[in-house]
Design a protein around this ligand. Structure first.
Ligand SMILES: Cc1ncc(C[n+]2csc(CCOP(=O)(O)OP(=O)(O)O)c2C)c(N)n1
Length: 638
């Protein structure tokens, strides 16, 4: 890829790309996404040649080695100039759709003087074979994201060999059918490349430029074959390639004149950036503040007040509503104070309750909206939200059912790896959704999402916790979040709830019995109210049960050992969650017991399912008595 696409990249960087290595985060730069992340050396070479600080020849020598700035696939936040982490094919192009969308949205708010850039992508056959690419190009075509230009490394080779082994798509026809401009050029002809890019920049639609290239270009015995994809060329073939390309220099030797020209290309953007800074200085203060807040990822000052108000209202009114409804109320309450909140849903708006009253839909002819109808494209929604967050200017959130988290999981994983603020609103979070049945009832999803490092998985138990979970997610600038919300109504629990955000602690004591605990009941989400009822039943048996709500395991894990010990207590514990056990054992210990699901759900009303699957206050009380009896036996034996 680095050899085959060198000509295309050279034309793009030398003649078109607006960038300044002196400030890789300059907001009005063009974005360049290497979707074919396995060709990372192409990007590293360009970053070195154009003068990005820290990307040195030594770093190129240390390619793929421990501690280097040149990992196997480009990693956002690790190497300056890398706009997004790529490697899982298809993610880059879909993320770029989000970037190109964010550019148009921000442009609609602040105008051409401040936001006016392109998003360029290099994608290979692999990216276009991935199903995700279809969702992404379909969305981009629908929204007519004309600042998105995809340079397709059309070399007809992937790892197994010729693409004809597995694919006979006519990509041009496919893209055109999705509302793109599409053309094919010789990817080794600089003028043809330049003309095609120029045309694409002036198109009213997103553009695909299929660049017919030769993989491993210049390597006499390897070019044009899958043998050029991954294996090193070897000393002999490298020598022959040097001869064939007329490149007489030693490894890592860049002739001064060549480097000079490249550095000049890198300097081209200096003045453009300085002009842009001057223009932003002249912005009137009323417009400057939201622009500044948006770009710096600040929560505007009105936000905290709006969030406190809605949380307090829940504390006073104690509504018995589904947490998805509580989430809707939170979104409505904060939307006006957070103009950069960008909502959306994968065609489940009325179920996810994700659209604020004030949110207008984003349309191809109306980028001033704040709500994206992503269509039934969960994966593209996840990736596009990553691109929006990476681009800057917005806090994206998007809804679907929790069970379809699997459809967007690869994008969620990348968000966690990159450490970016993306909020997934996943409703219908258990068998509590009822009649839709086991296809729609998540059972393993909480456990599997909790397994992703740096992903905050929230399962709030009532309206107050829902507001607090939203607050945590909005403040988590370096982590994506998933808000798992109930379809069914749950009571607001607790008297005189603390004014501090208790969800931020991950878990906390809701009920502490007088005179010490006999047992601790730990629950999440809709099961907290079951635990509270069970505690009452146990009190009737003279058993003192503490109740702990644990809306976010990830945040609880971060608390001090002392705090965790205080919350968990030293008596036996019962965990209650309408899902599979997953890593509950960590919190329950050897003497604990889990009350939850052991397999898939079924189609029936929620109350019937809870009863049939044994997730009831009575079942919890019985489990508690059983545990206590066992621990007494253990004490007698010891
Ligand atoms: C989701 C995903 N599946 C599989 C791979 C492994 N993989 C890396 S490159 C590649 C082939 C890509 O072919 P192409 O895009 O044509 O790249 P080229 O061989 O032309 O460089 C595969 C299967 C991957 N990186 N991501």
């Amino acid at each position: 890829m680095p050899m085959g696409m060198a000509d295309v990249a050279t034309v793009l960087f030398s003649r078109f790309l607006k960038f300044d290595p002196a400030d890789p985060a300059w907001p009005d730069r063009d974005r360049f996404v290497l979707s074919a992340g396995h060709g990372s050396m192409l990007l590293y070479a360009l970053l070195y040649l154009t003068g990005y600080e820290g990307v040195t020849l030594d770093e190129l020598r240390a390619f793929r080695q421990w501690g280097s700035k040149t990992p196997g696939h480009p990693e956002y936040g690790h190497t300056p100039g890398v706009e997004t982490t790529t490697g899982p094919l298809g993610q880059g192009i879909a993320t770029a759709v989000g970037m190109a969308l964010a550019e148009r949205l921000l442009n609609a708010r602040f105008g051409d003087d401040f936001v006016d850039h392109y998003t360029y992508v290099i994608a290979g056959d692999g990216c276009l074979m991935e199903g995700l690419s279809h969702e992404a190009i379909s969305l981009a075509g629908h929204l007519r994201l004309n600042r998105l230009i995809v340079l397709f490394d059309d070399n007809e080779i992937s790892i197994d060999g010729s693409t004809s082994l597995s694919c006979s798509d006519d990509q041009l026809v496919r893209f055109k059918a999705s509302g793109w401009s599409a053309s094919r050029i010789d990817g080794h002809d600089p003028e043809a490349i330049a003309e095609a890019i120029e045309r694409a920049r002036n198109s009213g639609r997103p553009s695909l430029i299929a660049c017919r290239t030769v993989i491993g270009f210049g390597a006499p015995n390897r070019q044009g074959s899958e043998k050029a994809h991954g294996a090193p060329l070897g000393t002999e073939e490298v020598a022959m390639t040097r001869a064939a390309l007329g490149w007489p220099f030693e490894p890592f030797e860049i002739p001064e004149s060549v480097l000079k020209q490249w550095r000049k290309i890198g300097e081209r953007g200096h003045a453009v950036r300085r002009d842009w800074i001057e223009r932003t200085r002249s912005l009137n203060p009323v417009a400057r503040s939201p622009f500044h807040d948006a770009l710096n990822r600040y929560l505007p000052c009105g936000y905290a007040e709006a969030m406190t108000d809605i949380r307090d209202r829940f504390a006073t009114d104690k509504p018995k509503i589904a947490t998805r409804q509580a989430s809707q109320l939170v979104i409505d309450a904060i939307a006006e104070s957070l103009p950069n909140l960008l909502g959306g849903s994968a065609d489940l708006t009325h179920s996810n309750l994700t659209r604020a009253r004030t949110h207008q839909p984003v349309r191809a002819d109306g980028f001033d909206g704040s709500y994206i109808h992503y269509g039934v494209r969960e994966h593209a929604m996840g990736a596009a939200m990553n691109g929006i967050a990476l681009h800057g200017g917005f806090i994206p959130y998007g809804g679907t059912f929790l069970t379809f988290a699997d459809y967007s999981r690869p994008a969620i994983r990348l968000a966690a790896l990159m450490g970016i603020r993306v909020i997934h609103v996943m409703t219908h979070d258990s068998i509590g959704l009822g009649e839709d049945g086991p296809t729609h009832q998540p059972v393993e999803h909480l456990a599997s999402l909790r397994a992703i490092p740096n992903l905050l998985v929230f399962r709030p138990g009532d309206a107050i916790e829902t507001a607090e979970a939203w607050d945590c997610a909005l403040r988590a600038v370096t982590s994506p979040s998933v808000l798992c919300l109930s379809r069914q109504a749950v009571p607001t629990f607790g008297e005189g709830r603390d004014v501090i955000n208790l969800v931020a602690l991950g878990a906390y004591v809701v009920v502490e019995p007088e005179g010490g605990r006999d047992i601790t009941l730990i629950a999440t989400g809709s099961e907290v109210s079951i635990a509270l009822e069970a505690a009452k039943l146990l009190a009737g048996e003279s058993v003192r049960a503490a109740v702990v709500s644990a809306p976010c395991f990830d945040l609880f894990r971060e608390q001090s050992r002392e705090y965790r010990a205080k919350v968990l207590g030293s008596v036996p514990r019962i965990g209650i969650e309408a899902a599979v056990e997953g890593d509950w054992a960590r919190w329950l210990g050897d003497s604990g017991e889990f009350v939850g699901m052991t397999g898939f759900g079924a189609s029936a009303p929620a109350e019937v399912l809870y009863r049939e699957f044994g997730i009831t206050a009575e079942a919890v009380a019985t489990a508690a008595m059983r545990r206590l009896a066992r621990s007494k036996v253990a004490v007698i034996h010891s």
